[in-house]
Design a protein around this ligand. Structure first.
Ligand SMILES: Cc1cc2nc3c(=O)[nH]c(=O)nc-3n(C[C@H](O)[C@H](O)[C@H](O)COP(=O)(O)O)c2cc1C
Length: 186
């Protein structure tokens, strides 16, 4: 059985809501157990994180990058980095922004650099944008056409009213994809 952790920060609940859909997707895959950890929970059990085979990192995009609390979590892994304890584990990431672009790509690149510094193996987003298959944009998986990781745009309403169906579909398929890669690992 492989172990996957989704580690997420969410200031106002939107990224957490997206993360729950990633979790739902990951749970569809046999041979992998998945935990959803807030950044606070992950920080508290930093020493135990080494028992996971892979991580999906999730951060809202704040001021064009990861949020402050997510960056603090990244910096807290310095001791783990020094011993390269996460080397060859799998990593993937997602982000939620308010604007259609909102400079989300910078957030994903920050997560990729973080994973690379730890010697981790990055899993991109392989979901073919369904807009190219004739699906209406708001219902289309990977409607935002992001391949480095999963992206979503949330409105200002409560989390459950802020996402179009395509982005929540993206979350589930992304969770499934990452869990499948882990399950296939020998
Ligand atoms: C401090 C702050 C900075 C933000 N910066 C950006 C930004 O650079 N680009 C963007 O599109 N949205 C930005 N937003 C909007 C958030 O990305 C958006 O509301 C997101 O859904 C928040 O996720 P959360 O509820 O998980 O915190 C910002 C929000 C806050 C609070």
């Amino acid at each position: 059985m492989k172990k996957l952790a989704i580690i997420v920060h969410s200031g106002y609940g939107h990224t957490q809501f997206f993360a729950k859909h990633v979790l739902e997707g990951a749970k569809n895959i046999q041979g992998v157990t998945t935990d959803l950890l807030t950044i606070e929970e992950a920080t508290q059990k930093m020493a135990q994180l080494g028992s996971y085979d892979g991580f999906i990192f999730g951060s809202p995009t704040y001021m064009g990058s990861v949020s402050g609390p997510f960056k603090t979590f990244m910096d807290t892994t310095g001791g783990i980095w020094q011993k390269q304890e996460w080397k060859d584990k799998f990593a993937a990431g997602f982000t939620v922004s308010g604007s259609p672009s909102g400079d989300k790509q910078t957030t994903l690149i920050t997560l990729i650099v973080f994973a690379a510094q730890h010697g981790m193996l990055w899993i991109g987003n392989s979901i073919f944008p369904e807009t190219y298959l004739g699906v209406k944009a708001e219902d289309a998986a990977n409607r935002l056409g992001s391949y480095l990781g999963a992206m979503a745009q949330a409105g200002q309403d409560a989390p459950e009213k802020s996402f179009v169906s395509g982005d929540l579909k993206t979350a589930k398929l992304f969770g499934e994809r990452v869990a499948k890669v882990l399950a296939a690992k020998g």
